[in-house]
Design a binder for this molecule. Structure first.
Ligand code: ARG
Length: 575
């Protein structure tokens, strides 16, 4: 497939070369970037090269800019350049080059997004809930944000391995084993397995507080499990299977798929050997019976890698996991998505893995917890929001909306649409804000048809598609791909510029692990489109102009659809 450069890339290459030749810098290493402007006054792109080179050239930025503007021979896709402020150089693209570029994008199924990750493997460790426990809000956000990052990297051509690092090991299984034998209600277990497993755990835990012999029994059963006792292992596997089964029904509803479900237990056999490595490198020390890694010189608290009872810790498992992932997959990067409370844990084991010489690029993408104002959820119980109930509520609220906006739609279709809108609304609320900022969830915002929300974008997409359908019905013989795009009207130009920036938005969202960059782009695009739609005639425009506008329209629809898909949000043609 033919890949083409964005204006950003073409302009920065050109500026770099032209600066070098105007100022005789041929041998130097500089690469000068340009960035998109938000104000037409400053052209379409802007560059701060004059500031960057000021020191080297011993001249004031404004003078450099002036000399550059006077001397440079413009490439054919640039109409003019001028200077702003202290020495910014503004670039104005030529209308014909812009039109031609957007036409190329529109003909490309990838909308101009390059496969920049080809040949590289990225492991994304996300969702990763704990067996026999309900997913909390942190796991939900990890699932939604992690999945968007997963989709972005896949689209950029990376070989992505989505790995669900389940918490399936630990001392709690001793209490689970004895608790199950004593307290299980098989009927409840069949109906809502995770809830029942959680209830069993709590009952067993409470009993252990009052009854020492119960605690000893739990310990003994845990040791048996660790030693491979067949009966305990079978029961433990049952807990895992039941939990994964329930998690999967949620993942299905969210359109999330994992390549691997490797829980912590998968790495058990490696743990003693990790300790061995730490000892051999002189990194581990005994402290009150436990084995610790002192991270004082790295300005972090000590990290316990083996407890005084001989059990291993979370960090030890994560170190073994890194080692195993490197051996098996040779990833270019491993991305972990969890809530902010785990920052120290990740910093510590990243540092220790570096000290152990594990060569991997490890990235922790953390997010703040979402604020759920009281009374937001009728499904709230204590601090745990039952995710399934939350999704149910989103769908039923969306169904009410659909019923009133499309009363004539067949009920089946209304339901299908409500699913797309309800799930989309939940995801978009999460994805449209910087992951690290505090998100306050309200139904009004999530389902606001007029504001920055999934339904707003989904409706925009459907309306745009219907314009194209109308055109097709009226002019069935016109092949749009044969018609050219022109950008004569100011608003056409604005839309074309916006469309041409899709690849940059996708790359920036992936590079910064910030799906909100893409969400923001899509919202802007929908708004520019809406003023395009309000300001110029489409179907009633004269021949030629009409086809050009319909192509811009089709291109906007394709970009919205692709962009929303990268956020894991579904679209429908008919709303
Ligand atoms: N199971 C952990 C939790 O619920 C999250 C695991 C994240 N991944 C990792 N490799 N540590 O908090």
């Amino acid at each position: 497939m033919r890949e083409f450069a964005t204006f950003e890339e073409r302009l920065s290459d050109w500026t770099t070369d032209a600066m070098k030749s105007v100022f005789g810098l041929e041998g130097s290493e500089v690469h000068l970037g340009v960035s998109p402007t938000n104000n037409d006054k400053f052209g379409d792109y802007q560059c701060n090269a004059a500031m960057v080179l000021s020191k080297q050239l011993k001249k004031a930025p404004r003078q450099i800019a002036q000399e550059f503007v006077d001397a440079a021979v413009l490439p054919d896709f640039v109409e003019k350049i001028d200077i702003a402020g202290p020495g910014f150089i503004n670039f104005f693209l030529s209308d014909s080059a812009l039109a031609e570029h957007v036409q190329l994008l529109e003909n490309d199924p990838r909308l101009g997004v390059k496969q920049e990750g080809q040949g590289k493997t990225v492991i994304i460790d996300y969702s990763s809930p704990n067996v026999a426990k309900s997913m909390h809000i942190g796991h939900i956000r990890s699932t939604v944000i992690g999945n968007a990052i997963d989709r972005l990297y896949r689209f950029l051509g990376y070989h992505v391995i989505a790995d669900n690092h389940l918490g399936d090991w630990g001392t709690q299984f001793g209490l689970m084993l004895v608790g199950y034998r004593e307290f299980v209600n098989e009927e409840a277990l069949a109906q809502a397995p995770v809830e029942e497993l959680e209830r069993i755990y709590v009952a067993s835990y409470n009993k252990s507080k009052e009854d020492d012999s119960w605690r000893d029994l739990a310990k003994a059963e845990l040791v048996k499990l660790q030693q491979g006792d067949a009966e305990n292992r079978a029961l433990w596997e049952k807990f895992i299977e039941l939990s994964i089964g329930e998690f999967n029904t949620i993942y299905d509803r969210l359109g999330v798929k994992f390549d691997l479900y490797r829980g912590e237990s998968f790495y058990n056999d490696r743990l003693p050997e990790i300790i061995g490595q730490l000892e051999a490198k002189g990194l581990a020390a005994e402290s009150e019976g436990a084995l610790i890694v002192d991270l004082e010189e790295d300005k972090m608290p000590i990290c316990i890698v083996r407890k005084s009872d001989g059990g291993y810790n979370y960090a030890t498992t994560d170190l073994a996991t890194v080692e195993s992932r490197i051996e098996e997959f040779d990833p270019e990067r491993i991305i972990y998505v969890t809530d902010e409370r785990q920052q120290l844990h990740f910093k510590q084991f990243f540092k220790i893995s570096e000290k152990l010489g594990m060569e991997a690029n490890l990235v922790h993408v953390w997010f703040g917890l979402m604020r759920l104002p009281e009374a937001t959820f009728s499904t709230r119980e204590g601090n745990v929001i039952k995710l399934a109930a939350l999704l149910d509520e989103a769908e039923s609220r969306a169904l009410e909306m659909v019923k009133s906006s499309s009363p004539d739609m067949p009920p089946e279709q209304q339901k299908d649409l409500a699913t797309a809108i309800g799930i989309g609304a939940i995801k978009y609320t999460d994805l449209s804000q910087n992951p690290q900022s505090l998100v306050t969830f309200t139904w009004e915002k999530a389902l606001n048809m007029q504001g920055n929300s999934a339904p707003y974008l989904q409706y925009a997409y459907a309306r745009i598609s219907s314009v194209y359908d109308k055109f097709h019905a009226q002019y069935p013989d016109i092949d749009l791909s044969e018609c050219s795009i022109n950008v004569e009207h100011e608003i056409e130009r604005k839309l074309a510029i916006k469309l041409s920036r899709f690849p940059a938005a996708v790359s920036a969202a992936a590079e910064n692990y910030s799906p909100n960059i893409l969400a923001e782009y899509l919202y802007d695009l929908a708004q520019v489109y809406s003023s395009f739609y309000q300001n110029v005639p489409f179907l009633k425009a004269e021949e030629g102009v009409r086809e050009s506008r319909i192509r811009l329209c089709r291109s906007t629809a394709a970009t919205l659809k692709q962009g929303l898909d990268l956020l894991g949000i579904e679209t429908r043609e008919r709303i």
